[in-house]
Write a new protein. Structure first.
Length: 425
């Protein structure tokens, strides 16, 4: 199939072997395929028709659907007039709920309780039949959360670690996810792009939250509406501190940022602004300075993690401080509850644009650099103490022109959202 497309003048994207592009009549024609399913797009419908006819000559008649709505592998994909795309898996979710042996008659406000990661000793293991049902249901939920329902990804990520020997507590946690899905069965993932040249990534880590004292990494990339690439996984090695856990989290996630940049470049787009948001300033210092910011307590971190410093420079990534209460990746590191869960869910699922969040911590909760009583606006909050000369220049370029000592003053702003965060403990 690839050879056929290349014979038609298409060039395969080296960073995704199932995506090919060709310039036809001055505009790009893109073909994506999965096994025997294809998606073809071009500004001119006649070009699409012509490509389909050429493919059919080689492989036979194909079933073709046109328009803004398409069904694909359990997903209902709809392209909207405002440039966004929505992905709905209502029927697939309904099937998973109906096939569960217990009747799901009630709904839950969140997919998991605060005790999601807790594993108690002495709890009775499930019998063989229920263990197989558990495994099968978790597999279905994994498919759902990776394609549409990012809001259950945290709970599902934990349940996937329990499929080998599930116990009665795990069964209850699985049922809770299904109860949540029942109450939110109409929810959709909405993706859109405000600025293709601006890539915003969030990375966070929850320190020592698992029974074996391993931490949990969360991350996501957005182009303005919804999270397109997300990560929610248990770290593979133990960290000695929250700072080390954050550094490990970035080292795990940064490959997604690099791949996204390279893929888009081969699609003909350039990333002009590449931002990495974090809420741990000690980790930011290590990532920007490498061993220069290490003390005796942090030298035990394997030097491979300092490749982050090199990547930040070669990729042109700016590390930006994000207050914890606005950290989107926090959603993927722990089972949030209440207002905070629903607020971040709205951002992640694309129900609210990302700028409603970033504008709040870039303007209303900004820091001001004060020199001899004169305030200088500083919306991007870098590691001011790290000594790095190359990162986050936009945030402090005026302040760095002079060598005088600066006093950093945090502006206190009362926000209802911040109150909700404090309510999380």
């Amino acid at each position: 199939y690839r050879e056929t497309l290349e014979g038609l003048g298409f060039v395969v994207n080296p960073y995704d072997q199932c995506v090919a592009n060709a310039t036809i009549n001055g505009s790009t024609c893109t073909i994506c395929w999965y096994v025997d399913d294809n998606k073809i797009s071009h500004i001119d419908p006649d070009v699409v028709t012509n490509i389909i006819e050429k493919i059919e000559k080689k492989f036979g008649k194909m079933k073709v659907s046109r328009g803004r709505g398409h069904d694909f592998l359990g997903m209902k994909i709809h392209f909207h007039d405002n440039g966004t795309v929505s992905i709905d898996m209502k029927e697939y979710v309904k099937g998973a709920i109906d096939e569960f042996p217990e009747k799901i008659s009630r709904s839950a406000s969140t997919p998991a309780t605060r005790h999601l990661f807790e594993v108690r000793d002495g709890v009775k293991e499930l019998d063989k039949e229920n263990a197989e049902i558990f495994h099968s249901t978790v597999a279905k939920l994994l498919y759902i959360c990776k394609r549409c329902r990012l809001d259950i990804q945290n709970a599902v990520a934990f349940l996937t670690t329990r499929v080998s020997k599930p116990d009665e507590d795990d069964w209850i946690k699985l049922r809770r996810v299904l109860q949540y899905l029942k109450g939110t069965i109409d929810d959709k993932l909405i993706l859109g792009c405000k600025n293709i040249g601006k890539m915003e990534s969030f990375v966070d880590a929850a320190f020592a939250v698992h029974k074996d004292m391993k931490s949990h990494t969360g991350g996501g990339i957005s182009w303005g509406i919804g999270i397109l690439l997300s990560m929610c996984q248990k770290q593979k090695l133990n960290a000695k501190s929250s700072t080390e856990a954050e550094v490990i989290g970035v080292s795990d996630f940064i490959s997604n940022m690099i791949w996204a940049r390279m893929f888009l470049e081969k699609q003909g787009y350039t990333i002009d602004e590449n931002l990495l948001y974090q809420d741990n300033q000690s980790a930011m210092k290590i990532e920007e300075n490498g061993s220069k910011s290490c003390s005796k307590r942090s030298r035990h971190i394997d030097m491979r993690y300092f490749f982050i410093k090199d990547r930040l420079e070669t990729e042109g990534i700016d590390v930006v401080y994000c207050p914890t209460e606005f950290m989107v990746a926090d959603f993927f590191t722990k089972p949030l509850q209440g207002k905070l869960f629903h607020y971040l869910k709205g951002i992640i699922m694309g129900h609210e644009p990302l700028e409603t969040l970033t504008s709040r911590f870039n303007t209303t909760n900004q820091e001001r650099v004060v020199e001899h009583g004169k305030a200088i606006s500083n919306n991007v909050i870098p590691c001011a103490e790290s000594g790095s000369q190359d990162s986050n220049k936009r945030g402090r370029q005026n302040a760095e022109k002079k060598n005088d000592k600066f006093q950093v003053v945090t502006e206190e702003v009362k926000l209802s959202y911040a109150d909700a965060v404090r309510g999380q403990g």
